[in-house]
Write a protein that binds this ligand. Structure first.
Ligand code: ADP
Ligand code: ASP
Ligand code: MG
Length: 452
């Protein structure tokens, strides 16, 4: 049996949800059971909800409430279209109740004028809770035995609100108690992605793009045969299609390559998606819900053995470089520990690190604590920061055994000023840090060289 995760564009409107229904039907006919279905919020809804919270928290209460009404109307219109029959009353009252509660929360935020991460999660989770109800009703209406599963009872997380981490043992137990019984009873369980709850029952979310992660957690929790990520492109592409005009489809990837590409910016896959799949060795397939007949990208443990020297390119924008210089670093031990303790204290992940005798340069993409970090580091080193930088990452298993590929990457970029160059010990990627304004050109050059 498979898990099928559908992203925002794959549930954007009634036409998209009708395509989803046929994709689910096909999987059920093929496997004779399941599938388990995980859905994102309808496209744009999470952004809209976060906008509502921001408006309510900054005394623009009327603006917030009118946005809520637009969202209500969008969901009700989809329900009228997709669920005209027996399920209609239930789904309309479910949607209505959710929005009534939501309106109350938004009014309260307007009074308090403060949005805590915990409240933000209650607001943000609503997109997936609604879309999953709607999709469940639409599947039932189309003659498929779907059953809604509350993701807050299936994914157990810590309390790091807005980017909570799932607790794996608890989540596996919760999935086995909620999703498996539905499958064993011949049903199609449908869950909202992105959403979970703490052991105490507070609603959490897994960070932007986190529905992929939910899909993988469900797949691992119920030991699925395959985790399918249905989206709006044909699969993993050789580069971001918003930067490169005609990237190539990458038909096969290893887990490790996919993890690197996702981590370094290939938005089609949330970076954490691969972890649960690796643990249980479950293949992940990325597919296009607008062209379901395509073969997509298959991600497995086996390194890809086909021809191209690089597998793909990825990039991250809005990266900040922090340079930390101290003569005390020379021949000393313990210096790097002090440096990284500061990042740990501010819960800020470091992406790329390079060092020389007296300096360390690191990149971060979470800017929230950069000032505080700089201040703390200044106690024992000279610190300077540079923003509007970007990170460009070339990934491929062949980089491990063929050093000339890395040399070619750097030489193709010879006219681009590179701020840092790093090749990981896994040697599966080579990453350069450059000015954001140079990124499109650098990307074109590399893509032209390796994928044309
Ligand atoms: P979903 O809503 O289905 O989760 P996302 O918007 O999160 O979809 O991810 C799909 C998008 O990721 C694509 O539309 C594409 O613009 C972008 N993307 C960036 N890099 C890549 C890449 N290397 N391969 C495929 N898509 C990519
Ligand atoms: N709806 C959430 C977001 O927009 C999660 C997801 O779509 O993966 O970030
Ligand atoms: Mg996504």
């Amino acid at each position: 049996m498979v898990v099928q995760k559908f992203g925002g564009t794959s549930v954007a409107d009634p036409a998209a949800i009708r395509r989803l229904i046929e994709i689910v039907r096909t999987a059920r006919l093929r496997d004779g059971r399941g599938p388990a279905v995980v859905v994102s919020a309808m496209s744009g809804v999470t952004d809209a909800l976060l906008g509502v919270a921001a408006a309510a928290g900054s005394s623009r209460g009327d603006d917030a409430l009118s946005r809520v009404e637009q969202l209500r109307e969008r969901h009700l219109a989809a329900a009228r279209d997709l669920v005209p029959g027996t399920q209609h009353g239930t789904v309309v009252s479910d949607i209505g109740d959710s929005f009534d509660q939501h309106t109350a929360v938004v009014r309260a935020l307007g009074v308090l004028r403060e949005v805590s991460p915990r409240t933000l999660d209650v607001v943000a989770a609503m997109g997936e809770l609604l879309s999953s109800r709607l999709v469940t009703a639409a599947l039932v209406e189309a003659g498929l035995p779907a059953e809604w599963v509350d993701a807050r009872h299936a994914i157990v997380t810590n309390d790091d609100h807005t980017r909570a981490a799932p607790l794996l043992r608890e989540t596996t137990a919760a999935l086995r108690a909620s999703v498996l019984p539905a499958i064993d009873a011949g049903q199609i369980p449908v869950l909202g992605g992105f959403v979970g709850a703490t052991a105490e029952g507070h609603t959490t979310t897994l960070g932007r793009g986190g529905s992929d992660y939910s899909g993988a957690l469900v797949g691992a929790g119920i030991d699925a045969r395959e985790i399918q990520i249905w989206t709006d492109v044909d699969g993993m592409l050789s580069a971001d299609p918003r930067v490169i005009a005609q990237p190539r489809l990458v038909p096969r990837l290893s887990f490790l390559e996919a993890a690197e590409l996702a981590y370094f910016g290939a938005k089609v896959l949330h970076p954490s998606t691969i972890l649960p799949a690796v643990e249980r060795d479950i293949p992940v397939r990325i597919l296009n819900s607008m062209r379901p007949e395509g073969t997509g990208t298959l991600i497995t443990a086996r390194p890809s053995l086909d021809g191209t020297p690089l597998t793909g390119l990825a990039s991250k924008r809005d990266v900040t470089v922090i340079d930390i210089t101290s003569s005390r670093m020379l021949m000393a031990y313990g210096f790097l520990r002090r440096v990284f303790e500061v990042f740990e204290r501010f819960r800020t992940a470091v992406d790329v690190v390079t060092t020389s005798e007296v300096s360390v340069s690191v990149t971060v993409d979470d800017r929230r604590y950069v000032e505080a970090i700089t201040e703390a580091l200044s106690e024992f080193a000279e610190v300077s920061t540079e923003s509007e930088m970007a990170l460009l990452c070339a990934v491929g298993d062949r980089l491990r055994d063929e050093p000339e590929i890395a040399a070619r990457v750097v030489s193709v970029l010879e006219e681009v000023p590179l701020r840092m160059i790093s090749q990981a010990a896994s040697r599966r990627n080579i990453t350069v840090v450059l000015r954001q304004s140079d990124l499109p050109h650098a990307m074109q050059r590399l893509h032209q060289e390796f994928f044309k």
